[in-house]
Design a protein around this ligand. Sequence first.
Ligand SMILES: N[C@@H](CCC(=O)N[C@@H](CS)C(=O)NCC(=O)O)C(=O)O
Length: 213
Amino acid sequence: MKLYGYFRSSAAFRVRIALNLKGLSYGQVSVHLRKGQQGAPDFLKLNPLGLVPALADGPALLTQSLAIVEYLDETRPAPPVLPATPLGRARVRALAQAVACDIHPIDNLRVLNYLARELKADEAAVKAWFNHWIETGFKGIEAMLAASPETGRFCHGDSPGLADICLVPQVFNSMRYALDLSPYPTIQRIHKACMALPAFDLAQPSKQPDAES
Ligand SMILES: N[C@@H](CCC(=O)N[C@@H](CS)C(=O)NCC(=O)O)C(=O)O
């Protein structure tokens, strides 16, 4: 398998974690987002969405991190990243989508670039936007995690899964502008438990072949 990603991309980070959790080997192709390579004609032929990640599995080319992770889970089921019950799966998908559908899309690079370039927002305003939407999302996620008996060592029970796969990269994003995480003790605890696992540790941005300081 070949993963088209970027070391700082949190959506690619999700797929790296899933591949590692399942013990799958993969090569990486770096698409330099800061240099605009996601908009290059060759990449757009692969993924017309102009976003990373994309995953090549033989002749198949997959896009959208959640679709990719669920594809991996269906084709390589062990260890599962979704619970066995419909209610468990719905809870885990809700937590994952709270990150992937509600926080991440409005804090994406192209959104921040639009704020700065088209709407002339200065750095402080972009930072305020970025952190505001993480805080809004984390407040709800923290409440969901803290209130539920289903929360264990990880977001759902004592095995890492799709919700953790989305949460951890978002915590990394929150460090970009030094967001205060103290109001989210459950998120912090789960993040720490995840990062103690090689599958998460080895997927982090600074450990990727294209990492820059
Ligand atoms: N919903 C997509 C989001 C992908 C996405 O937004 N990727 C970001 C990096 S984390 C990207 O390629 N951004 C390029 C840009 O904003 O121009 C997924 O989950 O795969």
